[in-house]
Write a protein that binds this ligand. Sequence first.
Ligand code: RUB
Length: 446
Amino acid sequence: MTKEKREWFEEEYWVKIFTATPEEIDPERYIIATYSVRPRGKMDVLGAGINIAAEESIGTWTKVATITDNVLKLAAKVFKTEKFDDSGLVKVAYPLDLFDLEAGISHLLSMVAGNLFGMGACEGVRLLDIELPKEYVSMFKGPKFGIEGVRKLIGTDREPRPHLGTIIKPKVGLSPKETAKVAYEAAIGGVDFIKDDETLTNQKFNPIEDRVSCVMEALDRVKEETGRTVLYAVDITADMNRIWKNVETALDNGANCIMVDFLCVGYPVLRMLAEDPSVKVPIHVHRCMHAAMTRKADHGIHMLVLAKLVRLAGGDQLHTGTAKGKMEKPGAGAPKVLENYSGVKGIRFMNDFLRSKWYGIRTTMPVASGGVHPAIVAPNLEALGYPDIQLNAGGGIHGHPRGTRAGAMAMRQAIEAFMKGIPVEEYAKEHKELMEALEHWGYKFM
Ligand code: RUB
């Protein structure tokens, strides 16, 4: 029985080509990806990292005679590994010269998030983070408004506080007029922002043109009655043959915000909308389908990576999850060493990035949504960071015992209580809508 043949990339020659020391990696000349890996069989963490570096830069499953010295200069490099339990962390540096910088995010993902997920060398691979050099980031315009620009539109720039958003519920089936009535009640009750749900676009029962004109007429009435500007994010999600028609229809009928399901349309479409000068309104980015990639602790793509690229592509607001709510926390159960990349800490880490300085790229407002109701406002704000955050509540507003307007009032009261440092139960004694909400839902999802 001959000695088990080592894999080609375990040969010293190749290990040298696909590895480097941290000192050899200039972060301004590389795109750096951090992966957690669960190697298969006898493969170790370094071997898994070399597999990724080889497959995603100049290698394949076997040595080829066609390699040249110029090709070798494009090799990706594993420059840091860390072992824990049956897994490990690898940092892979991809030389900037490996990329077509004009080709943007679609091309970037084909490399740092491409074939590697399917390789037999690993039981699981999760792309945790991506660090982009200034030269790469400067290829993008980013959000047109950012947190500051949206605050100016709503009027919270002088005294920043968490924004309150609602999703029209039921998510589909209402007529344009019925939608406008719900929107009016939510706006009068105190929401700053109203959105279509992620599956409502231009269906026969609620055509975009009628819906937008009815809702904007209602919000104009709110403006006259209260002086407050309320944003309405119209879901314009569609394929390329239809999306611009949706955008134009929405804008022609007075929409002051648009929304897109970014994973369903793709980063190029988000970037196209954000960088187009005719789209003079903020873009609210919904992330439906993300959990197909972000949910599992040992395989997929962390929402942080998707969020960084949404900001780069120009999303003004992005759903990033809740600390308390109905949706699963991403990567729950990951090893402690990955705590910044999993669970609630992972969401906070992501939110802080979206609010941080990033070369000249404007910020993106994190949106916490999914089962939010007044009793869990405080723990969400505490855990996810404030005041630069938007809390969206659908059922938590429209499910209030006294209807939408009272539901919006209760949510605003819960936010006020938190910002004043008053326990919600205390504040509810003087605010009946809040008391009714607490009595109705208790501490569900806590
Ligand atoms: C929430 C809702 C959103 C989900 C999306 O409605 O409709 O689509 O929150 O989840 P409700 P995420 O407030 O009634 O639960 O924000 O995590 O992407």
